[in-house]
Design a protein around this ligand. Structure first.
Ligand code: AMP
Ligand code: ZN
Length: 471
């Protein structure tokens, strides 16, 4: 079945159709390395990882690009406050970002271009826009993108969202990288050097001393790696305007070609229903959560339970609740491995087809998890009844390995033997035996008793009911 995704550009669900299949060029706006990434950022990055993994699952050859924003307004401010150098400051947070990426089991993007390493490409792109009269130099030496000139070429500013130009005065400018759609105006491509920038500036013969604006960085780096037109561009919903709109304008203004075919935006993560903020005490970096005893696996799983276009209400309680589901998976895998022994088998194509059908539907993760947990429940029952053969266990295990290529929750041995998971599973067996006895299904009750015995557990009847006893 074909993959369908919501394209912000058309504001509708569309069949994903890359320009040159099976190749897919995918660009995800990466971190601004001025602090540790927070759980909201991670929602978006894990979403990007899911998209890439699912495209690969479907057989696409994905080139995944994620930029590192290592020079922009906020970074320069922090460098100044911390009296440090740009490289030293961003280096620390960049290293932390890559460590965190690993903790969350996100695949490393194939390219991670840095803005500071692409200054020449950025300058060349600005020069192209100047040559086409779409960009101009202002009195202070900064270079701006002219929305009026761009629209005059027949191009549309406001492709990702509707904008009201009636109130806009031609030539009005905004220098900051971040602004609301109410203050739409010519935006900065190159910011002329000012004393507050310290030694963060580059020399350009054509543009003068200065530094790039944030938006042009992504246009230059994405086109450099993926070409002037590519398939998929992704980020959090806050980037729709102005960042992504400006990326489209800069790129299409310079090349005259359509920039990106499919735009995907992930909804925001809230904490306890509120926007995260340090003053509310609900601001969590990944590291804060690890320090509270949560694992990368639990956090990843939690982030992957919500649909990407729905606001995700993150709570510590919700995160704790993931343990039960993960323990169910752990137990399942533990017994599959034990049963399959050295047997190997092909995966279950029917199960994988049902899983894939769910994800084809605009990445409906709830439906996909539903398929997975229903399958686990049924298989656990067969195991408990002693009805799953070694070969079937091998097939189930191979199936898990395949579907976990998408979810990345774990198939690694160290995740498969959680002690509490085993206890839980044994407890479930005991309950099943009791239920069978009550239903006078003694054959089944005996089969469960034998299974427990084979695992080294006997059943002792006590006044409080049957208890497990190690034999
Ligand atoms: P930044 O490092 O601020 O440039 O953000 C990196 C990514 O995180 C961007 O794609 C943002 O859209 C995304 N992002 C920021 N805050 C949140 C949030 N609360 N929930 C989801 N995504 C977010
Ligand atoms: Zn970007």
């Amino acid at each position: 079945m074909a993959l369908k995704l919501f394209n912000t550009l058309s504001r509708s669900i569309q069949e994903f159709a890359p320009l040159a299949p099976p190749k897919v060029g995918m660009y995800c706006c990466g971190p601004t390395v001025y602090d540790f990434a927070h759980i909201g950022n991670w929602r978006t990055f894990v979403f990007g990882d899911l998209v890439r993994r699912y495209l690969e699952f479907k057989g696409y050859a994905v080139t995944h690009v994620m930029n590192i924003t290592d020079v922009e307004d906020k970074i320069i401010k922090r460098v100044r406050e911390n009296k440090t150098s740009l490289r030293e400051f961003t280096g620390k947070y960049e290293a932390a970002f890559f460590e965190d990426l690993k903790t969350l089991n996100c695949l490393l993007p194939h390219h991670t271009p840095h803005a500071t390493e692409h200054i020449a490409d950025i300058i060349a792109l600005i020069e192209k826009l100047i040559a086409r009269s779409i960009a101009y130099k202002a009195a202070d030496g900064s270079v701006y993108f002219s929305i009026e000139k761009y629209r005059g070429c027949g191009c549309t500013y406001g492709q990702l969202l509707k904008l009201n130009f009636d109130e806009m005065r031609a030539g009005e400018r905004v220098k900051s990288d971040e602004y609301a759609k109410e203050s739409v105006a010519d935006f900065a491509l190159w910011k002329a050097r000012v004393p507050e920038d310290g030694d963060v500036f580059w020399k350009s013969e054509s543009l003068g001393e200065g530094r790039p604006g944030w938006h042009i960085e992504c246009s230059a780096m994405s086109m450099k790696v993926l070409g002037e037109s590519f398939d998929l561009h992704l980020g959090g919903e806050d980037l729709i305007f102005p960042h992504h709109e400006d990326e489209i304008a800069q790129s299409e203004g310079a090349t005259g070609k359509p920039f990106v075919k499919h735009w995907l935006h992930g909804a925001f993560l809230l904490v306890e229903g509120k926007k995260m903020s340090k003053s509310l005490g609900n601001f969590f970096t990944l590291r804060d959560l690890l320090a509270k005893g949560f694992t990368g696996r639990e956090i990843r799983f939690s982030l992957l339970t919500a649909h990407y276009r729905e606001t995700f209400n993150f709570t510590l309680e919700g995160l704790r609740a993931t343990r039960e589901a993960l323990s169910r998976i752990g137990t399942f895998l533990h017994f599959l491995l034990e049963l399959k022994g050295l047997n190997e088998a092909e995966s279950d194509s029917e199960l994988l087809a049902a899983f894939s059908e769910a994800l084809d539907d605009d990445l409906n993760v709830s439906k996909a998890w539903g398929v997975v947990f229903e399958w686990i429940r049924k298989t656990n029952r067969l195991i408990a009844e002693g009805k799953l053969s070694k070969q079937e266990a091998a097939k189930c295990y191979a199936t898990w390995i395949e579907l976990d290529k998408v979810f990345g929750i774990g198939g690694t041995v160290e995740w498969l033997y959680p002690k509490e998971a085993e206890k839980r599973f044994l407890g479930e067996l005991l309950e099943d035996r009791e239920a069978a006895r009550k239903a006078k299904d003694f054959k089944r009750a005996d089969a469960i008793r034998d299974e427990l015995k084979a695992k080294g557990w006997g059943i002792e009847d006590t006044p409080k009911g049957p208890k497990l006893k190690k034999i």
